[in-house]
Design a protein around this ligand. Sequence first.
Ligand code: PLP
Length: 443
Amino acid sequence: MATAITRCYVDEHPKCAERFAQAKEMFPNGVTHDARNQSPFPYYVSHAIGPHKWDIDGQRIIDYKTGHGALILGHSHPDVVAAVTEQMNRGTHFSASTDLEIRWAGLVQQLVPCAEKVRFHSSGTEATMMAMRMARAYTGKSKIVKFEDHFHGWHDYAMPGQASGLGGIPKEILNTVIVLPPNDISVVEETLANDGDVAGVILEPTGSHMGQRPIRPSFLSELREVTRHFGVVLIFDEVVTGFRTSKGGAQGYYGVTPDLSSFAKILAGGLPGGAVAGRADLIDMIQLREDAEFNQNQRISHNGTFNANPLSAAAGSTALNLIATTPVNDVADAMASRLKRGLNEMLSRMEAPGCASGVSSAIFLKLGVDHECDGEVCIMSPEDERKAEDGALKGALTMSMYTHGVDSGPRFLLGAAHSERDVDDTVEAAERAVRDLRDEGLL
Ligand SMILES: Cc1ncc(COP(=O)(O)O)c(C=O)c1O
């Protein structure tokens, strides 16, 4: 039976419903990304500018999904639009090296502590796949340790440890990935001590799902120490945290330097792009040597039609230059603090169980649980986590927020385009959502 929240969404979005009827005949579940699955139908967006987007039914939305985290500058930042437009006119693909890729990689080297060398890709999935392969090629070992629920894209080696979607992955590959619980260094230490075939350890350095289930910050330095001790490559997957948690990513924020890092999203300024950056001797597993045996059996061959393509390089280098030279991160962080404060005050005022927490500009609203929270790294018991992650509650929150003009669900990825007014309107929308959830008996 449709709830009041769903009815409101359905009534206000007839054109979206119409599009979905067509899309269902084209795409699995009618969508082109698993995260866009939404019952009874997803929304369709016509255009966006700064912190706002408009759906095809004409509703203006304050956007916190921000290009799945790519748009720390907001939608269609004028400098990025100008750079990409100029590049469109000069050419989109030269099948050749460009000055743009040198500028782009130079900014990565300047901003990211581990980045002695860089290799560009077209997505974060490719970047983590390459980082894992570099670890294996360099060490001559075959296994990768990753952590429960940490997301590194959809390739075969990234999927173990995810709640669903393992279809088609050979069991031989599944057997090369060891999934451990996060935050317990003794389990990692024991694993590396007992298994001499581990090449690398990869994690989302603020915790799974962009930091929703946070890492204890000390876990990062513990991992650094233990991986160094066992000669295992430490990989930070900074696809989300890169250029966000700080200009230098989570590694800059926490002062722990991994051997390799994967990047995408903000890296490419809102266009497709990815990169692996890190220690030169690891990245140089791609470099040809005057050694036929190395080239044949150890070197990683790496092509890719759109590696460092001129449009992504123009957008990415413009975005990274703004991050390097203007207070993009400071503004995003200030707006995030204002949002976190506003949401927590609202929850207290409404006497609603829950909290808003998160590091820098990634904020998470966890409803339905009374628990300890220091506002930044909110680690809950597994039981509380299950309650806060309840699908019905999350789905209703997402839809209610949307009908009140905010696209966030429980996760808010802020950027420099969000204003104080946007943030205050968002807190107001969240208050209305809390009332809706109460009316439906969900909170
Ligand atoms: C931490 C992390 N790693 C890797 C990926 C995969 O990146 P892409 O979607 O560009 O393939 C994502 C995507 O959201 C991510 O959040």
